[in-house]
Design a binder for this molecule. Structure first.
Ligand code: SAH
Ligand code: SF4
Length: 397
């Protein structure tokens, strides 16, 4: 009978009690090339196996070692014992009338995160989450209102790209590429989950994986300056800064982390990153969510022009997407046009982000998921909303 006891379970005690020693399998899905090479070395195998396995996982979409046909049977058996390729579990897939697709993904611990694919002509932009919720609590963001549970693991971050590619049949040779761009603009603050986010973005750009150009992967941050300072040299993705206000007084109310790292400090850090890139002609994308009567007045636009006149930027205006729990409203179309015209006339490349996937709550800032909130913030906001207090009141500066 002893040969029926798996390797991971050893009978050790003299009183015949069977003690389970569960050896957790290494999930290869989230490992960078160098970490995968170290893994193979650690199990007594050659480093080049990493290249083979990376290609199987991220180019062919294979998650079963037995299907990795250029690997010997002995090694496949060894891998089956020690490792796995495990993508996060898709709980539900929602398709919008406009083609936007949202994945509800269950992660260990019971929370649900969200990933969105936005098709636009021959472009497909995947909006990827980096954390379960977000600790930063920006006043206009649905994710922020859900509170925070934990960082996502590298396998859970790159796993979102993997499962989206799978759902569109993108894997395999000569298949049309549906995901052409990735933006780290889903749930969470990517710079607060630094290493897993950097490893995942580098896998997205790796030739043996998804092969996306560095101009098609964008990290968006609300301004965690010390982490932004660390970014140079470890990746060369595009950078987007969630600014949303032209002065510190207003930004302190909208993006609370501004109290710690004010605008001037943030813009200097962003500029250092951009200037440090090998192709230093790139611009910083400035994201500016327009909220009616809060930050959408012409004087805000003029102040923004003054603030950014010497910074290499392009500006992306995002009409605020409403959700319950806050009483902000979307900018009016007239004000949006006026705001944009002021920026364009001042010489800024300015685009307006069209709202996509609204019917499935997949638009920017609407990704709420279901967070087992450790901070109890979501409870407080819901209680405030139920008591019909004014949950958030912003006084224009
Ligand atoms: N934490 C990062 C990335 C996720 S947020 C960051 O803040 O940059 C991605 C973008 O969506 C940010 O620019 C954010 O400000 C914007 N956003 C958040 N809530 C929004 C809302 N309700 N309507 C429109 N845009 C929103
Ligand atoms: Fe977090 Fe970004 Fe939302 Fe702010 S806008 S709460 S940083 S996800």
């Amino acid at each position: 009978m002893s040969n029926q006891i798996p390797e991971s379970v050893q009978s050790t005690d003299a009183d015949q009690t069977v003690t389970a020693v569960v050896v957790e399998k290494v999930n290869l899905l989230g490992l960078s090339q160098s970490k995968l090479e170290s893994f193979f070395e650690s199990i007594g195998e050659k480093r080049f196996r990493a290249t083979q396995v990376l290609k199987w996982i991220h180019q062919m979409g294979v998650d079963d070692f037995d299907d990795m046909t250029n690997i010997s049977k002995a090694l496949r058996e060894k891998l089956n014992r020690l490792a796995e390729v495990r993508a996060p579990e898709v709980l539900e897939q929602l398709d919008s009338a406009d083609g936007t697709r949202k994945f509800l993904i269950k992660v260990t611990g019971g929370s649900i995160i969200e990933t969105v694919l936005i098709p636009d002509g021959d472009r497909g932009t995947l909006c990827v989450s980096s954390q379960v919720g977000c600790a930063l609590d920006c006043s206009f963001c649905s994710t922020g209102k859900q509170g925070f549970n934990r960082d996502l693991t590298p396998a859970e971050i790159i796993g979102q790209v993997w499962l989206a590619a799978k759902s569109y049949g993108q894997f395999g040779e000569d298949r049309p590429r549906i995901i052409t761009n990735v933006v780290m603009m889903g749930m969470g603050e990517p710079l607060l989950n630094f290493d897993p986010v950097v490893d995942s973005m580098n896998l997205m750009m790796h030739d043996n994986c998804y092969g996306l150009s560095k101009r098609r992967v964008t990290l968006s941050t609300s301004g965690v300056v010390p982490a932004l300072d660390k970014l140079n040299g470890v990746t060369d993705v595009c950078l987007a800064i969630s600014l949303h206000a032209p002065n510190d007084a207003l930004r302190n109310q909208l993006v609370p982390i501004n109290k710690k790292y004010p605008i001037a400090m943030l813009l200097e850090s962003a500029q250092r990153y951009i200037e440090g890139l090998p192709d230093n002609r790139r611009k910083i994308t400035i994201e500016y969510t327009l909220i009616r009567n809060v930050n959408d007045r012409p004087h805000h636009a003029h102040e923004l022009v003054e603030l950014l006149k010497d910074v290499p930027v392009k500006i992306n205006l995002i009409p605020f997407n409403p959700f319950d729990l806050v009483d902000y409203e979307r900018v009016s179309n007239t004000m949006l046009r006026t705001f944009k015209d002021i920026l364009v006339n001042a010489g800024f490349i300015t685009t307006v982000r069209t709202t996509r996937g609204d019917d499935i709550d997949a638009a920017c800032g609407q990704l709420a998921g279901t967070i087992n909130d450790r901070t109890k913030r979501s409870e407080r906001y819901r209680a405030a909303a139920q008591a019909q207090e004014e949950p958030v009141k912003i006084i224009d500066s």
